[in-house]
Design a protein around this ligand. Structure first.
Ligand SMILES: Cc1cc2nc3c(=O)[nH]c(=O)nc-3n(C[C@H](O)[C@H](O)[C@H](O)COP(=O)(O)OP(=O)(O)OC[C@H]3O[C@@H](n4cnc5c(N)ncnc54)[C@H](O)[C@@H]3O)c2cc1C
Length: 410
């Protein structure tokens, strides 16, 4: 039998970051990760400026930069309803959203996870890979039974943390219910190598025909690209040449620079997900707290899962560091902040998906009208501030049906 202050199930971004911070604060931590090697599963590789601010507050920024972190400093929204020069003339500088943050931060997900896992180990956490968690129980005596290296071990903790992603075993065992929205569109992602001529400081999005694209450079000719397409096209990029056909879909008259992406080479798997939002009412139960996707996730159209996860880790670690009596730690302030944060982000994602990932003439006309009206009335584009600077930066009246109707022009 083993005893720790914290047992964390899941050594991805959330679990490894929390393990690092708590081990550095002198607590004993057991971190259990199922995989032996972090693989590209098409997960977050772009951290919003407000997420970077959370990384800085956690003291992890220098480690991400040393691992290859790459800042992007400009954004362009291309669209079939306007000329590329007009789109580029309204490029948005990305260093304006958070003090001391030059822009979003990009880092390959497997490298990001490994960097944090190594940091947790270096900080003194017992960090294990290739673990099979057989049971994870909360309550007054949180206990995890796991198999590792052919041994079955029972570990007790003062607190059990579920950082085990979307299909969280800890959430399930704690009886915490996950709510999910209806999917809005398909969303696929691919890492592209050998991209020559794409400005490494420029991120771009755009919609043309029945495809919406996003491109986030990582430096050294690598770009992480995503594409959204209608729900009734499930088979569109299936098959052995799916990744090539996916890249070909980036050829767009409205964004001539995409030719550099089309000429690149797939450098990882192509995975498609349907985009939807999910949430929990309370991401905690007696003896258990959830962080990151385990606690519910935002529609990836906004690319905010990492930022959300880092904020979870910051809030939970602050609560734990502030008290020695973890039985008395009250996670309701975390639950309230997270519920409002996720409600706001769900609203913004719904708006963004309606603008960028709906296709056909009526949707194109809606975007054209929004560009025109937004130039005169910046409040119509204010949801973008919520994505970059954080959802708490916007006034409550932005999160109403009236505002949505104003933006969408209906
Ligand atoms: C298509 C797509 C694009 C995205 N793009 C972005 C983006 O650009 N920016 C962004 O911020 N976010 C993005 N996200 C979301 C982001 O990847 C996630 O929100 C983030 O990875 C959540 O981190 P996590 O640590 O909670 O979970 P995960 O990254 O899922 O990590 C969970 C870890 O737990 C381990 N695990 C699971 N079950 C067990 C178990 N029973 N025992 C032990 N270990 C276990 C897993 O192996 C994994 O290592 C995207 C998501 C998708 C689907």
């Amino acid at each position: 039998m083993q005893a720790y202050d914290l047992v964390i199930v899941g050594g991805g971004i959330g679990g490894s970051a929390l393990a690092t911070v708590m081990a550095e604060a002198g607590r004993s931590v057991l971190l259990l990760e199922a995989t032996d090697v972090y693989q590209d599963k098409v997960r977050g590789e772009w951290i919003a400026p407000w997420g970077v601010a959370e990384v800085q507050r956690l003291g992890l920024y220098d480690r991400l930069m040393a691992a290859g972190g790459h800042h992007i400093t400009r954004h362009v929204t291309y669209d079939e309803t306007r000329a590329p020069e007009d789109a580029e003339a309204t490029a948005l500088p990305l260093g304006i959203f958070r003090e001391g943050v030059p822009g979003p931060l990009c880092l390959r997900h497997p490298i990001h996870c490994q960097t944090l896992f190594d940091a947790a180990k270096a900080a003194g956490a017992t960090a294990l890979r290739g673990v099979n968690v057989m049971s994870a129980t909360g309550g007054p005596d949180p206990t995890v039974v796991y198999e590792h290296d052919g041994r079955t071990v029972e570990a007790h903790a003062r607190l059990l943390v579920g950082a085990d992603g979307r299909t969280s075993q800890v959430r399930e065992a704690a009886g915490i219910v996950l709510h999910q929205d209806k999917p809005h569109h398909w969303f696929a992602g691919l890492l592209v190598d050998g991209v020559e001529g794409w400005d490494p400081t420029l991120q771009a999005i755009g919609t043309e025909g029945d495809f919406g694209f996003l491109a986030f450079p990582q430096g050294e000719g690598r770009v992480r690209v995503y594409g959204g397409y209608p729900l009734d096209q499930a088979q569109r990029f299936k098959g052995p040449d799916g990744a090539r056909r996916f890249l070909d879909a980036f050829a767009m008259a409205c964004s001539p620079g995409n030719a550099a992406l089309v000429a690149g080479e797939p450098a990882g798997p192509l995975f498609s997900y349907f985009n939807a939002d999910s949430w929990t009412d309370e991401p905690f139960a007696p003896g258990v707290v959830l962080v990151g996707d385990a606690a519910g996730w935002n529609d990836p159209i906004l690319g905010l899962g990492l930022s959300i996860t880092y904020r979870d880790v910051r809030i939970v670690s602050d609560l734990l560091k502030a008290s020695d009596d973890w039985r008395a730690v009250d996670f309701s302030s975390y639950a309230q902040e997270r519920a409002e944060r996720m409600r706001r982000l769900r609203f913004i994602a719904g708006l963004q998906a309606a603008v960028d990932m709906e296709f056909g003439e009526a949707a194109a006309e809606r975007r054209r009208s929004l560009f025109e009206r937004g130039a005169a009335d910046p409040s119509l584009k204010a949801h973008g501030l919520g994505v970059m600077a954080g959802p708490e930066m916007l006034p409550p009246e932005m999160f109403t049906e009236e505002h949505r109707a104003r933006v969408l022009g209906g």
